[in-house]
Ligand binder design. Structure first.
Ligand code: AMP
Length: 399
């Protein structure tokens, strides 16, 4: 039983082919610069050599065709025929209140994802292109959609409503949705499995910190609060996103700088965050390297990033009246020992004690980085959103 997982963006597409018998990855890869000249396909068969091709890939349909050709290529392929693929699972960013769990794709599901374009203009249209490209290439293969927002649909009203006129929620569905749900779900479950304790009995704070970042408070096994909002702009300071700010800044800056709605949106999403404060990079590796060399702006960017993250952890301790486990995941969470160290250094009031040696170890497996006498377990758990998508897809086609 083979499942192809697709994450389609507007000009890129990532894929992973799973053998669901043992959940192994047979191959993965990506197509970049779709619709531009010199599109690139990078194909990595597990255990084999990486294989790159540059060609003209005009749209997602051709991109999927190239992916299928790579998967069945005589030299670099991992299967004989496309017919071996039993189902395709897609990541979809915004499912809003319409999708509380993963579903099989049909006409109505596509219509609903389209209806949500307004809430995710950069993402949902690309996901639909991915789904229709698969339809054109493999018309008989069932497809499943897995939503970034679904895990957070359990948030109570007091956590998801904004304190603005309720008519805006009723008419336009202005509310907090939260994102990275597949990752928060996966790492909270993996943390409980690692600790050999039922997730339902734990209060967990999951810190998904990569280029984009969000925290989730997981209580009784469900998301009760999360730091991203109606869009992925709210919450933490991110690579190029501002995270929380006084909403009155938006009209003020638009007025003073004569910015349009599009321009201010672009500024907050693409020219803010670590990039804006450091003045040099949105990449945590470069920020910490520059900080080690004494660069004042990078040091400030790091401090602001860590401070916001720590304040959110504190607020989720308050939200859940306690915490048993703090989980770090994604690019920064899994790899940056100094971010984890600085955050935990100032959580002593919670009884958090980090083991500096364990914190330095690199591994692809879940691991504990707190000391045995720490009152809170601190774990690093590598995320695996693709595996959740593959599992949900497999489960749904079994039905
Ligand atoms: P992601 O969006 O999950 O791929 O994460 C990207 C972020 O992870 C970038 O800010 C990277 O600088 C950061 N990152 C990746 N590897 C490391 C590392 N070894 N040390 C520090 N940050 C890292």
């Amino acid at each position: 039983m083979k499942v192809l997982v697709i994450n389609a963006g507007s000009s890129s597409l990532k894929y992973q082919l799973y053998n669901m018998t043992d959940e192994s990855v047979l191959a993965k890869g990506r197509v970049e610069r779709i619709g531009m000249d010199s599109s690139i396909l990078v194909h990595e068969p597990t255990g084999g050599e990486e294989y790159n091709t540059v060609s003209e890939i005009l749209d997602h349909t051709i991109a999927i065709r190239r992916v299928l050709e790579s998967l069945t290529d005589e030299k670099h392929g991992v299967m004989k025929s496309v017919d071996e693929i039993d189902a395709v699972g897609h990541r979809v960013v915004q499912g809003a209140e319409s999708f509380k769990e993963s579903v099989l794709v049909d006409k109505d599901v596509k219509k609903e994802i389209r209806r949500l374009f307004d809430l995710a203009p950069l993402h949902n249209p690309a996901h639909i292109m991915g789904i229709e490209a698969v339809e054109l290439n493999m018309p008989d293969v069932p497809q499943v959609v897995v939503f970034d927002t679904a895990f957070h649909q359990t948030m109570p009203e007091k956590a998801y409503l904004y304190a603005i006129p309720k008519v805006l929620y009723k008419k336009h569905k202005v509310r907090r949705y939260g994102f990275h749900g597949t990752s928060h779900y996966y790492v909270s479950l993996a943390a409980a499995e690692y600790l050999k304790r039922p997730l339902k009995e734990l209060k967990v704070i999951t810190c998904h910190i990569g280029n984009g970042g969000s925290l989730t408070a997981v209580k009784d096994g469900i998301s009760v609060d999360t730091s991203m909002g109606m869009t992925p702009l709210e919450g933490l300071i991110m690579g190029t996103r501002s995270g929380d700010l006084d909403p009155a800044i938006v009209p003020y800056v638009m007025n003073k700088e004569e910015l349009s709605i599009g321009e201010v949106n672009f500024m907050l999403n693409k020219h803010s965050g670590l990039m804006a404060i450091s003045g040099s990079s949105s990449d945590m590796r470069e920020i910490t390297d520059a900080m080690a060399e004494g660069d004042a702006n990078s040091t400030l960017a790091f401090e602001m990033f860590e401070y916001r993250l720590r304040k959110y952890i504190g607020s989720y301790v308050a939200a859940m009246d306690g915490v048993d486990v703090i989980v770090f995941t994604a690019g920064i969470g899994e790899n940056s020992a100094i971010v984890r160290e600085k955050v935990c250094e100032n959580l002593t009031y919670l009884g958090v004690k980090l083991d500096p040696e364990l914190n330095k170890i690199r591994s692809g497996d879940p691991r504990r980085i707190s000391t045995p006498d720490s009152k809170v377990e601190v774990l690093v758990v590598p995320t695996n959103e693709e595996l959740v998508i593959a599992r949900d897809t497999y489960k749904l086609i079994q039905k």
